[in-house]
Design a protein around this ligand. Sequence first.
Ligand SMILES: [Zn+2]
Length: 334
Amino acid sequence: MPFRGGVALREAYRRAEARGYAFMANNIAESNTLVGLLDAYAGAKSDLLVQVSPGAAKFAGAGGKVAGLRALAGLVHVLAAPRPIAVFLNLDHFTTGEMDLIDLAIRERLVSSIMIDASKESFDENVRISRDVVRRAEGSGILVEAELGKIRGVEDEIASSDAFYTHPDEAVEFVRASGADLLAISIGTEHGVSKGEDIKLRLDLAKEIQAKLAKAKLSTPLVLHGSSGLLPDQVRAVIQYGIRKLNKDTHYQYVYARTACEFYKGHVADIIPPEGTEDDVVNLFPGGTWSPNKKVFDPRVVGKAIQDGIRGIALALLEQAGSGGQTLGDEEDS
Ligand SMILES: [Zn+2]
């Protein structure tokens, strides 16, 4: 099934709400992580939500965010095509500095949803900016995620030093005023690496926000950022309380590095010349006493190991989310 747009994504969230599961939203910046994710999700018959941050677009575009976004979206669209699942793409943590990129993503239908992060602004300014993106996306079907409350830690290009919890009454007012399709809330999770026991998680807050939204007849899927430190039981609990999207980046980054590290550690003698050998990379070690092993240093070899590693961790995480076996499959629309 090809990449699917916002209309299908809305349906996917509706199904997740009705059946009580969630989507891991998985950050990518290059192809190995994406291939591992596609393998895992296709195998588990789960729809797949991947996301690209401004930093990832910048990286993929060698400094140019527009080229990087087009390149990564192209990878997603093309590699999704033969897979028997729906694949969605979200823009992760885009800010007012990236409005041109947001417009381009809408115009070229590169994405299924867009997160506009104006959470560091005042409530009114956050509403105004989020509302503006909702207006820009009108008619495209593309969903808009906004954030209320701040999440502790360093995420990409945004750093906030304090954790601020989302206020339930403000959440209702914010969704009404901004028209956001999804709401990212802050309940005490942190971006980056953290240990489960250090998090002052307020699960009660997610429950209260969900209840207040429901009472106001708003069926807004809730989003949790900084969920890397959550224990599996905590993930299951927040899903019960209305979280439908959990952002995941750190696990993949770690497994990527760990897999590469272990692979190269086991093949030092195939790649690094032994002592006494002239270290002549330009002439690829002439003389015939030692040469590196092409069967090992070909980047596709470590790349395949990384893809397999990502597939493994992605499977474990999607099992926590409960999205396996729930794919929209061949159902029509988009
Ligand atoms: Zn985030």
